[in-house]
Design a protein around this ligand. Structure first.
Ligand code: DON
Length: 605
């Protein structure tokens, strides 16, 4: 088992992982003095031909090996996705969903939507009590919170259309990782420890339930993700960095997927185990739901920002629409001249964000179930009018005075994951994938060893009531059978003069959109290298609540004072997001940006 941080340097060099494989630099929050928030220059990972940046060193290693063997970026996507399902249980997944945005070496672009769907038995008010109040936790924890998973169907579809190497070779590394075990990082160990009690309570098995095999432990009937001795005795003690997490049940599930493709998940033993699990916890997913699940090819959104073209995810994500709106609203201003995180720049960006998130709450939802007025939301005149009166010198507009733009037809934890891949021929993949909350619904499919998502909470469970990311919605994002819940995921690709420039994306729930915006501005407008760009402390405003979330070190005291004078409420908040980016320089060199907030790792050759 290769765990980079545990390998002696000589061995790293021998394995060809250095110098291109390197953990991200120290957290920007400590590296960046408050008095001068522009992050210090770093030495990003560089590579001549191909690169993978993902949230875990093992997944990055596996993706890079696929590329070295002659696999393309789409093959590496499949391998990284399944590897993350093993080594990043909090967010990597086969029980969730996601989006891929790609740009081929020939310039062709595409978007694959493998977002979860509401089960056929889902209904608009399913999380409300008789008085019409939201029942706490019902849409976020346990069996009812799960949407029909899309990941395996998505990977299968991507591979059918664009893959080159045999499917089984791409899933096999994940089988091995699950069988041999993965060394826990400090962050993953802390996540598992923090959730130990909930893993017990959410996955209590009634007496006599036929447990097939074992999960994350060596004993039959073991609770998931909880430490056991080799002999099967429960060790109710913390995990530590370096401990080995073995997942034999997951290995068996991945083996079925390796051998039978899509059917290894949606039919046969895995499907049976999902249905059994649903019966145990009054979940709604049926075999018919699994049979009917289809990923969808979507036409990516394309828009211009200065001399760049931005390619991003259309609905059912709000991400692409919002990113393109924000960039167009900001284009008239010379952000670079105003200064990085100056009060003037922050003011303009915040006012744009406030208006965009108000639109999101009203207009965005699953385009297969209702009209989403994308063209109108992106119309230059509309966006100009939305920013009318906002100038560098003006003050904050209270959110209470900002509604969605009139007359058009028509809060989140940190556990989604993003990876960016560029192969030696120039194909680029930007993929964000999620269980929604940390460890999703916390329900592990007994006998199959994987977590189910809690994506149902991304629907608007009641108009105007904020979800776990604090964002609200209405009819456009109401629950409906077979419908996809609105997302903020913003996997994006940016080109310049017809050439690849940036592959970027992040987890972070509702903060995804503003994080992708900031990383993009950091590279394109402020000229930061991609490592600086993803490490730089961030800000976030989402209309409601009406405050700017501020990461440590993001603002100078002078900028803070000026923003407060203009009427902004500042809300200091712990770090969010894990942006993983690849920048292609004009000479073709690739530079990686791996977010130091996580275990993110860039590697290339
Ligand atoms: O699709 C969405 O927008 C959310 N389910 C993403 C959740 C997320 O990013 C959580 N982690 N940071």
């Amino acid at each position: 088992m290769l765990h980079r941080s545990l390998l002696p340097l000589g061995l790293i060099a021998l394995l060809g992982l250095a110098p291109a494989c390197q953990r991200a630099a120290a957290p920007a929050t400590t590296a960046v003095p408050t008095a001068s928030p522009l992050p210090a220059a770093t030495v990003p990972v560089t590579a001549r031909q191909a690169m993978v940046v993902s949230a875990h060193p093992e997944a990055t290693r596996i993706g890079l090996e696929v590329l070295r063997r002659g696999g393309n970026a789409y093959d590496a996507t499949v391998a990284v996705q399944f590897a993350l399902a093993v080594c990043l249980p909090a967010a990597g997944n086969i029980g969730g969903g996601g989006f891929v945005v790609y740009r081929g070496a020939d310039g062709a672009v595409g978007a694959l939507d493998f977002r979860e769907t509401a089960p056929a038995k889902a209904s608009r008010d399913m999380y409300l009590d008789k008085q019409g109040n939201v029942i706490p936790d019902l849409s976020t924890r346990g069996h009812l919170a799960a949407g029909v998973p899309g990941t395996v169907a998505g990977m299968w579809e991507l591979h059918q259309k664009l893959g080159k190497l045999p499917w089984r070779e791409l899933v096999q590394p994940a089988v091995e990782l699950a069988t041999q075990g993965v060394r826990l990082t400090e962050k993953e160990a802390a996540g598992l420890n923090a959730n130990r009690q909930v893993f017990f309570t959410t996955n209590e098995l009634p007496a006599g339930f036929p447990v097939v095999g074992v999960f994350a432990a060596q004993a039959e009937g073991a609770a998931p993700y909880v430490r056991y001795t080799e002999g099967g005795h429960l060790l109710d003690v913390d995990w530590h960095a370096g401990d080995t997490l073995r997942q034999p049940q997951l290995a068996a599930t991945l083996t079925r997927i390796r051998d039978a493709g899509r059917s290894g998940f949606y039919a046969g033993p895995t499907a049976n185990l999902i249905i059994q699990e649903m019966l145990l916890g009054n979940g709604l997913i049926t075999q018919a739901d699994l049979d009917q699940y289809q990923p969808r090819w979507r036409t990516p959104l394309r828009g211009r920002y200065r001399q760049y073209e931005v390619i991003s995810m259309p609905p059912p994500s709000s991400g692409g629409v919002a990113l393109l709106q924000l960039l167009q609203m900001l284009e008239p201003f010379d952000l670079r001249r105003l200064g990085w995180h100056s009060a003037e720049a922050v003011h303009l960006i915040t006012e744009a964000e406030r208006r965009v998130y108000a639109d999101r709450a009203t207009y965005l939802g699953d385009p297969d179930f209702g009209r989403v007025p994308v063209a109108q939301l992106l119309a230059p005149d509309y966006l100009k009018q939305r920013m009318a009166g906002v100038t560098p010198g003006s003050g904050a507009t209270p959110s209470a005075q900002v509604a969605a733009g009139a007359g058009l037809p028509g809060y989140e934890s940190d556990q989604t994951t993003h990876y960016s891949i560029v192969d030696a021929t120039g194909n680029a993949v930007s993929c964000t994938t999620t269980l929604n909350g940390a460890y999703g619904s916390k329900v592990v499919v007994a006998g199959a060893g994987f977590l189910l998502n809690n994506e149902m909470d991304d629907f608007s469970v009641k108009p105007g009531v904020p979800n776990s990311y604090g964002v609200t919605g209405g009819a456009a994002n109401a629950i409906g059978p077979g419908k996809r819940m609105l997302s903020s995921m913003t996997p994006s690709i940016i080109t310049e003069k017809g050439k690849l420039r940036l592959v970027v994306g992040t987890p972070g729930g509702s903060t995804i959109i503003t994080s992708v915006l900031q990383a993009t501005l950091n590279v394109l407008d402020y000229g930061l290298d991609p490592q600086q760009a993803v490490a730089a402390p961030r800000l976030h405003h989402q209309w409601l609540p009406d405050h700017i979330d501020v990461e440590a070190g993001a603002l100078t005291p002078a900028a803070e004072a000026e923003l407060q004078r203009r009427g902004y409420k500042l809300n200091p908040r712990g770090a969010w997001g894990r942006i993983d980016a690849i920048e292609r320089q004009p000479d073709g060199t690739l530079r990686g940006g791996a977010d130091p907030r996580g275990d993110d790792t860039a590697a290339g050759y």
